[in-house]
Write a protein that binds this ligand. Sequence first.
Ligand code: ARG
Length: 271
Amino acid sequence: MRFLMCPPRYYGIEYEINPWMSRSQQSNSHLAAEQWRRLCHLLADRLGIPIELVEPRPGLPDMVFTANAGLVWRDKFISSRFRHDVRSGETPYFEQWFRARDYKILHPPEGYCFEGEGDLLLCGELGFAGYHIRSDVLAHQKIAEIIEREILSLELTSAWFYHLDTCFCPLRGGAALYYPPAFDAYALKVLHSHIPTLVAVPDEEARRFACNAVVAGAEVVMNDGCPKTRAELEALGFSVIEIPLGEFIKAGGSAKCLVLKVPHADAPDSN
Ligand code: ARG
């Protein structure tokens, strides 16, 4: 497994496409660079995950959130179709990166949005996909065909938790973190009937992006200030590494949004 990341050289709050973003609450570029660097080093040096970089581009401040670029599946890159035009300009640069590395580039069906790993997470043999706010439910079935997995679509109901990875985080061993108020009643039923150990994150920690964690085996990397979630995870045998990522929360993202999984083509399929 490798992670694709994008340095925050042109990161900033230049538009408002989710309730976290406010142009009057700018990010501090030095602090953002420092927080990103620390995350990058933590993943590479402490967790031993190889990091690949894509060149940031001016005018594309959210390119730093590589999780939204698409979904990598074996030798295929399923490129996103963004809901908001302000992010569409990222697509050719991500496609270029994958094309240069011999990936086959695929697209969601014409007219349907899909925001990559932000809205599609694998949990054991199943895929879970968020829809309504950023991705369209009809895109999920095409993706299910490509990855040859069953995908369960979950309707997201809160503008604050607009991507699945802001309110749901699969862990190993049939466990997952989730934030119940972000889902409609049917989605909650689906989660309860398919995931044996569901850990509910409290409001104040969901708002600190506790669900937006990077999981590497038994290690979980998340924004700091989530003590209840941390205790729950430790009780399940996980070890939690907290890292301040407040500059990215100003844009509605945290640890998990800043990485895209790029499995080696011959690696066993997993999340
Ligand atoms: N400002 C970005 C957006 O609204 C943040 C994306 C966060 N990414 C994620 N995977 N949740 O699109």
